[in-house]
Design a protein around this ligand. Structure first.
Ligand code: ARG
Length: 408
């Protein structure tokens, strides 16, 4: 009996060809499709997009296709913790792709167990971060599973050759979609790589973007939106309570209309290379901004600063594929503890590519008007400042001026 492999299947060219390639190597292939949400940049309604991909997997030779709707789990257990941690890799990339990989890998392992597979496979290249995220997670969960990475092994020298292979084997590939870019998308954002983007000096061509209106074409008056948070998680938009998936989708649409959330950066990959990356992350950009401001209102200075310092580390762990690790679990516990009072409302102005907080309120706010005011209601004890400054500066008194000890 042939050995079963479960392939993380996206419906794109690489994984469709991988189905056939694995079949040729004697595997019985089960294609696993994880639905992690995306506002259908394929132009097809969601269900049709999935149905197309399922059909393509079968034509390519899959014995079975397993589809799981993971949008809720993705939002709740991956996106929200990362939002609460204020995670942006190298201060800029909100990690949409990186966050989805451990979730997909976890389900890949689960499907492999259900189907009594001996192996799992993915369609990542040998140059990227995604292979690391998939494989580290699979091995953390079940080191007995064999891992096959067809794209790292096969010998196509270009996408053209791959297309020819697909055509020869009757795998339908949409020629209109034969894009110059490599795309990955989910609820939290869209990642775009390669093609003309490989010249870091060249501005991203208009056709590299999928979701977001060009800022210069966004409505000139902009709009105002309010986001409600409970314990660090967004729960309402403009006063309407929504479930988390619907809320992220609604913020995504709003941001896209107003040109918000394009990121264009040079990124340090885990495998040692710098790459030029373009992202579209309207919901992440808006919600991270709103959440950060609420934290500035409710967290005391020491806690806020420690949390800000750890945000970079958290983002690094996510980026590096270390989702299921003890340090990540410990940081999650820290972040969770900090969110108990991150409840309230943030008002934002969205205008031609910019998002600006213009109002914030919380029952746990630490802002005290009678201490902050320069008006007549001031209750701040200005005389106390004098003694405070004396002791604060005591260790440095005279240390830099005339008479200070010469350093040799
Ligand atoms: N550079 C980003 C990351 O490492 C995006 C990767 C995009 N993946 C893709 N298959 N196109 O997370």
């Amino acid at each position: 009996m042939s050995r079963t492999v479960v392939l993380a299947y996206s419906g794109g060219l690489d994984t469709s060809v991988a189905v056939r390639w694995l079949t040729d190597r004697g595997y019985r292939v089960i294609a696993f499709m994880a639905d992690v949400g995306a506002p259908t940049s394929s132009g097809l309604p969601r269900s049709q997009g999935v149905a197309h991909a399922v059909r393509r997997a079968k034509i390519a030779g899959a014995a079975k296709v397993v589809v799981r709707d993971l949008r809720e789990e993705f939002a709740r257990d991956y996106v929200i913790p990362s939002l609460q941690a204020q995670a942006r890799y190298e201060g800029a990339y909100p990690l949409a792709t990186a966050l989805s990989r451990p979730l997909i890998a976890k389900h890949l392992v689960d499907v492999a167990h259900q189907q009594r597979a001996v192996a799992v496979a993915h369609g990542c290249t040998g140059k990227g971060n995604d292979q690391v995220r998939f494989e580290v997670t699979v091995r953390a969960l079940d080191p007995r599973l064999e891992i096959v990475a067809p794209v790292r092994e096969w010998t196509f020298r270009s996408r053209e050759e791959e297309f020819d292979y697909a055509k020869r084997h009757g795998i339908p590939v949409d020629l209109k979609r034969k894009s110059a870019y490599s795309i990955d998308e989910n609820l939290w954002g869209l990642s775009i790589e390669s093609g003309p983007l490989e010249d870091p000096w060249q501005a991203p061509p208009g056709d590299s973007f999928r979701w977001i209106n060009p800022p210069e074409q966004a409505p000139s008056r902009g709009t105002v939106a309010t986001v409600g948070f409970e314990r660090g998680a967004p729960v309402s938009l403009n006063g309407r309570r929504m479930n988390i998936v619907a809320l992220i989708e609604a913020v995504c649409r709003l941001g896209s209309t107003h040109g918000i959330g394009r990121v264009d950066m040079i990124e340090s990959r885990l495998v040692g290379i710098k790459s030029r990356e373009v992202y579209e992350a309207p919901a992440a950009t808006i919600l991270l901004e709103a959440h950060a401001e609420l934290e500035r209102l409710v967290l005391d200075r020491e806690l806020l600063h420690m949390k800000q310092a750890l945000a970079l580390k958290y983002a690094e762990l996510v980026y590096d594929g270390l989702w299921f690790t003890p340090l990540k679990a410990a940081l999650d516990a820290f972040v969770k503890a900090t969110q108990q009072r991150v409840s309230g409302t943030v008002r934002l102005k969205l205008l031609k590519g910019h998002v600006q907080v213009v109002g914030r309120q919380s029952p746990f706010g630490l802002y005290r008007k009678h201490l902050a005011t320069y008006g007549k209601d001031d209750q701040f004890d200005q005389k106390a400042a004098e003694g405070f400054i004396k002791l604060w500066g005591l260790p440095y008194e005279g240390s830099q001026g005339a008479g200070s000890r010469e350093q040799d």
